[in-house]
Design a protein around this ligand. Structure first.
Ligand code: 5GP
Ligand code: ZN
Length: 113
C-alpha cells in the first residue's frame, strides 16, 4: 500500500484523530494553515474528486460533508469556516486520496490564490 492516507486509515502511520466511523476518518493536518485545520477522508481509497462515483459514492460524499459540518461546530467554528477539496496538481492536490480540508478560527479571504 503506497498511499499515505490509506496508511493513516490502517493506523500504520499515526495521526491526531478527531473522529472515525465505518466510512470516514478525520484527523488534524500535520501543517495547519489555520488554528483549526483538519482533514476528513473516506476509508475507501479514491484518488481524486474525478474518481468519486455518482452511482456508488453519493452517500459517502454526503457523509463527508455532514461530518465536516458537525466537526466544525464541535471545534468551535460556529461563526464560520472553510471547506476545501483540491483536485489534481492544477487544483493544488498533493496527496492522491481524496480529503476534505476544514479550516477555521481565522479570517478567510477570497480568492485563495
Ligand atoms: P492537498 O494539498 O493534497 O489538498 O492536502 C494534503 C494535506 O495533507 C496538506 O495540508 C498536508 O499538510 C497534509 N499532510 C501531508 N502529509 C500528512 C501526514 O503525514 N499527516 C497529516 N496529518 N497530514 C498530512
Ligand atoms: Zn489511499
Amino acid at each position: 500500500m503506497d498511499c499515505l492516507f490509506c496508511r493513516i486509515v490502517s493506523g500504520e502511520i499515526p495521526a491526531r484523530k478527531l473522529y472515525e466511523d465505518d466510512q470516514v476518518v478525520a484527523f488534524h493536518d500535520i501543517a495547519p494553515q489555520a488554528p483549526v485545520h483538519f482533514l476528513i477522508i473516506p476509508r475507501k481509497h479514491i484518488a481524486t474528486l474525478h474518481d468519486l462515483s455518482e452511482a456508488d459514492d453519493k452517500a459517502l460524499a454526503g457523509h463527508l460533508l455532514f461530518t465536516a459540518q458537525r466537526l466544525a461546530q464541535e471545534q468551535g467554528c460556529e461563526e464560520g469556516f472553510r471547506v476545501v477539496m483540491n483536485c489534481n496538481d492544477l487544483g493544488g492536490q498533493t496527496v492522491y486520496h481524496i480529503h476534505m480540508h476544514v479550516l477555521g478560527q481565522r479570517q478567510m479571504h477570497w480568492p485563495p490564490g
